[in-house]
Write a protein that binds this ligand. Structure first.
Ligand code: GAR
Length: 217
């Protein structure tokens, strides 16, 4: 069976992109990365993609007069590459309503919190300021409102008493790298469908553990 073509949109480091590229190296994984687009020419992730022989494009938002024109240029590149799923991976631009509609249910994002809590930027600082005990990350379908949309997969991460934003971000990132390839697989295999604002996932086995933090003695 032909593997499902995905695109990844980045703005920086590209570690989630690298996790997806790595997953796609497995013959048993049902997707291939057909295109990586960065809105910044200096994004470190571009080097990782080039080293993996993935086609890359730089589409700089500053070259366009409006968000809509920038998004239209991206849509043209994505359609030309015949991709069926677009993965935002640290892509730090808001997308127009037109773009979100054009790719509705074919556009997903990873965010370093248990959405709908802690949307936006500086989430690790906000979590520590708020004193929540359990952090995490989310892969979700994208809607025009920032960090909104039906949730595909989440992972929970306990917060340690001595965490800094950096140590917490690093532990959450490890889980982002696990759940993003899983979310792509669920979509590609037709096991995740949006239904009335939530995602229905085909039967799976729920682990019977519970994360309590601080842990029971
Ligand atoms: C990741 O932690 C991702 O969840 C976050 O940016 C980082 C990108 O890292 N995205 C957002 O905050 C989107 N709202 P990466 O470039 O190494 O994948």
């Amino acid at each position: 069976m032909a593997r499902y073509k995905i695109a990844i949109l980045i703005s920086g480091r590209g570690s989630n992109m690298a996790a997806l590229i790595e997953a796609c190296k497995d013959d048993a994984y049902p997707a291939d990365v057909a295109l990586v687009i960065s809105n910044r020419p200096d994004a470190l992730g571009l080097e990782i993609a080039r080293a993996a022989d993935i086609p890359t494009r730089v589409i700089e938002h500053g070259d366009f007069d409006s968000r809509e024109e920038f998004d239209a240029a991206m849509t043209a590149a994505l359609a030309a590459a015949e991709v069926r799923l677009i993965c935002l991976a640290g892509f730090m631009r808001l997308l127009s309503a037109e773009f979100c509609q054009r790719w509705r249910d074919s556009l997903i994002n990873v965010h370093p919190s248990l959405l709908p809590a802690f949307k936006g930027l500086h989430v690790h600082e906000h979590m520590l300021e708020t004193g929540v005990r359990i952090a995490g990350c989310t892969v979700h379908f994208v809607r025009p409102e920032m960090d909104e949309g039906p949730i595909l997969v989440q992972a929970a991460v306990a917060i340690a008493a001595d965490d800094t934003p950096e140590t917490l971000a690093a532990r959450i990132l490890v889980q982002e790298h696990r759940i993003y390839p899983l979310a792509v697989r669920l979509i590609v295999e037709g096991r995740a469908r949006t239904a009335g604002g939530v995602v229905a996932i085909e039967t799976y086995e729920l682990p019977d553990d519970v994360l309590i933090n601080p842990p029971l003695a």
